[in-house]
Design a binder for this molecule. Structure first.
Ligand code: ACM
Ligand code: ZN
Length: 566
């Protein structure tokens, strides 16, 4: 508590989220009135565009003109100490995503070795300015000054992600961009775009038009919290939507400008009911085996959960289909990773399917104490996709089920069923992204306790929605340490972590934002800030002093209760 009080006194004008590596606050401030902005001509395109955007924001908000000049050799001039205004230079000695900011009464000097470093420095500068910088409106009455200080910064983890499920509920391109903007504000750099689900296929695939003609639309949706609706009453409202390839390209380009790489996910071979409804030949028998619906045609799923209707890996046509789908998407998503899902794939249909059994026999797959032959059949699908994506220069990420049986070298494991899968994978030498549900699942309620334990959870919680059974309050997200308990060797395989936003019970944008915030503030410190710099009381102070203002200026909904009650 004493430490928190001390940092309150020492750093009260500088409230950056996520907490930088080091902050030294000096006396005085730098008045930006009429200040020129310059960027080294050798800077990358993305950094230069971002500096120009920053200048435009500042001009709009402060009502002054800040044209950006691009002198050749500016970094050298900075070194000689002969600059004025706000200057952005290159320092090749800094680490890849690192930056430094030095502000005195006559100048603000920003240095980085990469475009990414400049982007992060710009986000920090915005947080040092009046929050009206985010508003897109003129605020001439604000004090447009930067506090004198020195900030040195670099991230703890290189993969800092957020996932968004667009299958259960569909999010417009505008909302996706709003989420990307918020991620960029907090220096996240990976957007895991969950594009396919049982309840809706969301990515246009030119070779398979029925995926979006049929698969993107469900006839209706189960009402309310499913466990509270045992008869599975539905709303009778057709629901759906999808992204055209042009829209996906637009999102990729938008994210790229913000320093964010999009990681697309096609979840396979389970969670594929929407694809089966579009092309029934993708299934083992071509008909559903869902209890109560055996022998019926597949239809885009209208309830939540795990369906036993999955792709048939016994048929070459299924594997060809998957390669075509992934191939089209590889042309749209330039990042190094492709997420192939792999979670929650029941094997009941495969055990009964002559094609699957023939494949198992042909591959010589056996059941033993480590895995069943059917689990090894999923390994076959994973390795086929891994090999295909490698020909397109990409590495796979899969949910931790891909570890069951035999996983090929080079795969990255996303640990969601707790930390266990991630710990095992890192010890076996696989790279890992930690997303254990109890720390990272933003579809869980945020209330610090679930309330009256005698009531069913959906009646007990103080939330606008029912969100599964767990609660994940802000403090618990903040407490997460992705490498806890790992030795140095295993810890070196933890690329980072991410928040997962599953949207079964999140039907509106307002609710989506509410579930994300303020928890994404906490996640950003888990991802970016050094462990030694983490302090929950100080974090809450900064969220109140700066974070809430950002949310209000950006019109981003959030849970304004508990520590953030007004
Ligand atoms: C998952 O939450 N099914 C990855
Ligand atoms: Zn089959």
């Amino acid at each position: 508590m004493k430490l928190a009080l001390l940092s309150f006194i020492l750093a009260s004008a500088i409230n950056v989220i996520p907490q930088p590596l080091s902050v030294r606050e000096d006396k005085g401030s730098f008045n930006l009135k009429g200040t020129p902005i310059a960027c080294d001509a050798a800077m990358g395109e993305i950094a230069l565009a971002a500096v120009k955007d920053f200048s435009a924001n500042l001009t709009l908000a402060a009502g002054q003109i800040y044209p950006v000049s691009t002198p050749v050799g500016l970094s050298q001039t900075i070194k000689q100490g002969k600059v004025k205004g706000i200057v952005f230079g290159i320092d090749p000695t800094l680490k890849e995503e690192a930056y430094t900011i030095n502000i005195d009464k006559s100048k603000c000097v920003v240095l980085a070795s990469t475009d990414a470093g400049i982007l992060y420095a710009l986000q920090t500068l915005k947080q040092l300015l009046p929050s009206a910088i985010y508003s897109g409106k003129t605020a001439e009455n604000e004090k447009w000054v930067l506090p004198c200080c020195e900030i040195k910064d670099t991230p703890r983890f290189r993969y800092r992600g957020m996932h968004l499920d667009c299958g259960r509920h569909f999010w417009s391109v505008a909302e996706v961009k709003k989420v990307l903007d918020m991620m960029a504000t907090l220096k996240l750099n990976r957007f895991h775009w969950h594009l396919t689900e049982d309840q809706g296929w969301r990515a246009e695939i030119k070779a398979y038009p029925e995926l979006t003609n049929i698969g993107a639309w469900r006839a209706e949706t189960v009402i309310g919290y499913q466990p509270a609706n045992p008869e599975l009453k539905k709303d009778g409202i057709r629901y759906g939507g999808f992204y055209t390839q042009d829209e996906m390209r637009d999102v990729v380009a938008y994210a790229q400008k913000l320093g964010i790489t999009v990681v697309p996910e096609i979840d396979l071979p389970g969670h594929m009911v929407a694809a089966l409804a579009s092309y029934p030949w993708l299934g083992c028998s071509g008909k559903s085996i869902e209890p109560g619906h055996e022998g019926e045609d597949y239809k885009v799923w209208e309830i939540w959960g795990v369906s036993p209707d999955v792709l048939c890996p016994g048929k070459d046509t299924t594997i060809e289909f998957l390669k075509t789908v992934l191939g089209e998407l590889c042309d749209i998503f330039p990042g190094e990773y492709f997420h192939i899902g792999g979670d929650e794939c029941p094997k009941d249909a495969w055990a009964q399917c002559p094609d699957c059994q023939a494949r198992i026999a042909a591959l010589g797959l056996k059941s033993d104490e480590h895995a069943t032959a059917e689990q090894r059949l999923q390994n076959y699908v994973t390795s086929e996709m891994q090999a295909f994506l490698a020909t397109r220069g990409k590495k796979i990420i899969g949910w931790d089920e891909i570890l069951e049986g035999d996983l090929q070298e080079g795969a990255t494991v996303m640990s969601w069923r707790g930390k266990t899968g991630g710990i095992e994978a890192s010890k076996r030498g696989f790279d890992v992204i930690m997303t254990p549900d109890r720390w990272c699942y933003f579809d869980y309620n945020q209330c610090p306790d679930r309330g009256d334990e005698s009531k069913p959870v959906w009646e007990a919680v103080d939330e606008p929605t029912c969100a599964w059974w767990g609660t994940l309050p802000l403090a618990k997200v903040y407490s997460f340490d992705p490498t806890e308990g790992l030795d140095k060797q295993a810890a070196s395989h933890i690329l980072g972590c991410q928040a997962n936003v599953w949207t079964e019970y999140i039907p509106t944008e307002e609710q989506l934002e509410y579930m994300i915030m303020p928890r994404l503030f906490a996640m950003s410190e888990v991802q970016w800030s050094q462990l030694k710099n983490k302090d929950y009381d100080d974090f809450i102070r900064r969220v109140k002093a700066e974070g809430v203002k950002i949310l209000k200026e950006k019109n981003f909904n959030y849970r304004a209760k508990d520590e953030l009650a007004e």
